[in-house]
Design a protein around this ligand. Structure first.
Ligand SMILES: Cc1ncc(C[n+]2csc(CCOP(=O)(O)OP(=O)(O)O)c2C)c(N)n1
Length: 342
């Protein structure tokens, strides 16, 4: 078996600024801001879990912001994107409303799922987000079905299925890979490989640490990339989206990344009893935001001062959105029978 992850699995590597030559600086700046927005949104959510204001379980993607932000740049609102339990990044990558996400985590009527879903059931078809499902791997067959529908519509729309490394261990996920391959469905499977399934490292669960071998086994073209490098994600996404829009079949991206917080909730020092503190400190040096920011500063596109001004404005706006969500009403009980059991 080829060593597909190579040095990507070594957190001492890939800490330097990224190569941004030839990329549109407006795009890079826009996506830097969005990655910062995502990180701060999740930090606010984390703080409000600690105080008990947020009561639903939240799986934070802090450290994993780049993949969805980079891929979303090449998607359109008629595409069909699906996620799982850790999908704030996927929803916000598509420029989902921060206010609606805050409101959803608080169970408020203005939430993107009318306050009925919480953090793990996000939904907004107006931006192409077909939904997130907390049952591991469960949205992958749904995304595959959406790809079949897109193929039948024949207007070049595609599906995207975000999944974790452990979701590949679900039978329905392997069946989805097979079906997508055999039916040449326009779907990008994006595995965010953060090495862990809650507390358990991939080396204890699988005979190999890369999930791209599943793509190889199913005859799906794939790219293994540094998931904390925005421009690597741009390049892989552009190729994958083009391939799918041209109706050539599915594509598989394995993005190597690492989550900074525990499996669920805001604590970072422990993870269901597993200590990974030393590793975490090293992985933090592969921060996708800091690496992009440093690249832009090195090229004189941005200064430290500009960045501070930009982030100050974002922070102020997020505080306002959070307060608005706190003040928003809860849904009426009647909505339960109107929409949940419809
Ligand atoms: C079918 C099923 N089995 C177990 C769980 C409990 N569970 C929730 S998340 C998770 C680990 C998921 O790991 P991965 O898919 O790699 O995503 P990550 O959490 O790393 O983003 C598990 C085992 C579940 N929700 N659904």
């Amino acid at each position: 078996m080829a060593n597909l992850l190579g040095d990507l699995v070594n957190p001492d590597k890939y800490q330097e600024p990224i190569n941004i030559s030839g990329f549109d600086t407006n795009h890079l700046m826009d996506d830097l801001k969005q990655m910062y927005v995502i990180r701060r949104v999740e930090e606010i959510i984390g703080d409000n879990i600690v105080t008990g204001v947020i009561k639903c379980p939240c799986h934070l993607g802090i450290g994993q912001e780049a993949t969805a932000v980079g891929l979303s740049r090449y998607l359109r609102s008629s595409d069909r994107v699906f996620g799982g339990h850790r999908s704030h990044t996927h929803y916000l990558g598509l420029r989902g409303s921060v206010y609606k996400l805050f409101a959803e985590t608080l169970g408020k009527l203005d939430g993107c799922s009318k306050g009925m879903g919480g953090s793990m059931h996000l939904y907004d078809p107006s931006i192409g987000f077909g939904g997130s499902v907390p049952i591991v791997g469960a949205s992958v067959p749904i995304a595959t079905g959406a790809a079949l529908a897109a193929k039948k519509d024949n207007v070049g729309d595609i599906a995207v299925s975000y999944l974790g490394d452990s979701a590949c261990e679900e039978g329905a996920v392997q069946e989805s890979f097979n079906l997508a391959s055999i039916m040449k469905l326009p779907i990008i499977f994006v595995v965010e490989n953060n090495l862990f399934a809650s507390h358990m490292h991939i080396d204890l669960r699988q005979p190999h640490n890369s999930t791209a071998r599943f793509a190889e086994a199913h005859g799906i073209p794939f790219k293994v990339i540094d998931g904390n490098n925005l421009t690597d994600i741009y390049e892989a996404s552009q190729e994958a989206v083009k391939y799918c829009r041209e109706n050539k079949g599915p594509y598989f991206i394995e993005a190597m990344t690492y989550r900074w917080r525990g499996h669920v909730g805001p604590r970072e020092d422990t993870d269901v009893g597993v200590k990974r503190k030393d590793d975490l400190n090293t992985w933090k040096k592969r921060d996708p935001i800091r690496r992009l920011k440093d690249s832009l500063i090195n090229k004189n596109v941005l200064s430290e001062n500009d960045f501070n001004e930009i982030t100050k404005l974002i922070d102020k706006n997020l505080v306002e959105q959070w307060q608005k969500a706190l003040d928003a009403p809860y849904p009426p009980k009647s909505l339960l029978t109107e929409i949940v059991y419809k």
